[in-house]
Design a protein around this ligand. Sequence first.
Ligand SMILES: NC(=O)c1ccc[n+]([C@@H]2O[C@H](COP(=O)([O-])OP(=O)(O)OC[C@H]3O[C@@H](n4cnc5c(N)ncnc54)[C@H](O)[C@@H]3O)[C@@H](O)[C@H]2O)c1
Length: 371
Amino acid sequence: MKPLGIGLIGTGYMGKCHALAWNAVKTVFGDVERPRLVHLAEANAGLASARAAEFGFEKATADWRALIADPDVDVVSVTTPNQFHAEMAIAALQAGKHVWCEKPMAPAYADAERMLQIARQSGKVAVLGYNYIQNPIMRHIKTLIGEGAIGSVNHIRVEMDEDFMADPDVLFYWKSELSAGYGALDDFAVHPLSLLWYLFGHVEAVTTDMVKPYADRPLKEGGRRAVENHDAANVLMRLGGGISAVLMANRAAWGRKGRIALQIYGSKGSIVYDQERMNEFELYQAEGRGSEQGFRKILAAPAHQPYDRFIPAPGHGLGFNDLKIIECRELIRAISGEPASIVTFEDGLRIEKSVHAMAQSFHERRWIEIG
Ligand SMILES: NC(=O)c1ccc[n+]([C@@H]2O[C@H](COP(=O)([O-])OP(=O)(O)OC[C@H]3O[C@@H](n4cnc5c(N)ncnc54)[C@H](O)[C@@H]3O)[C@@H](O)[C@H]2O)c1
């Protein structure tokens, strides 16, 4: 396969993460052609040029449509705020490019549906940035559950918490706009939902409560603006196989920095994981003498592939950005027509459907069955 030509739209938190992944994927995995970093787009020309130089891209533009029209670009990374995803991803697919789009798909469900429709028509690979499923530890947890290591799973608790919105004096920015989505649901809940989907399948029914800790936030230019969405949510869920689950998401939880805590309870044991300690998980198996039963802490190691592609030594640990490098490798696998561990627009849309059902259940104060 010839080297893939890469276009990157947006260079904030996630833009840099994608750039690191495109730069590192060959070094880490070896078995791919080194991607060619062709074109980068930002909101203004000065920032675009500066970032292109830093990230190693050949061309820079303030017009993302010029990037999409570039014949040397084969794959477009869309890392802009949520409200731009649909327009940019659809334009890229229609121009015959593969797309790696950050989550969520789009604030409006109709836009997300259209993204899937265009992806199907294009025949191109369209992948969402649900990087947490890529943790080698998570892959191992999936294997353990499949092998019946904790028996038949019946109850799950999953939490996603951070504190970047915890301070009432945090300036108003796009994440508090309704045009960016429901807040805790599409900003946060989608990540735990991607893990639940990866391990157990899609959610079947939901009922939700949400809270807006602060009514308004200060504006950079002075004055205040009303917060339009909810920073925290609690959701009761039903999954297939009679599994009952609870999901809690909060972007205003002081002290929580990157918590995605998963507790999985089965008939023969339990598994506990937290993204804040992403290089370990705990396994409890109800076997042997009661006097020695207890959780075992298992550290990430080369046995949990593809950890071995990064470091030969166990217990040294991977980082958040490494998950994106693994996701990048999986995307290239999909482009090559090989089986890949990715969240396609198809599964992404079902995750979005769950999120919209959660919002609907909150507004209508009732359980919603998700078809
Ligand atoms: N997968 C994850 O773990 C994860 C983590 C954080 C954010 N995200 C997602 O990534 C996306 C971006 O979030 P972020 O935190 O990186 O935001 P950010 O604000 O840090 O970066 C967004 C960038 O897009 C640029 N941009 C805006 N409009 C543009 C335009 N018209 N053309 C070109 N560039 C433009 C901005 O200038 C900015 O540099 C969001 O959809 C978010 O949900 C995913």
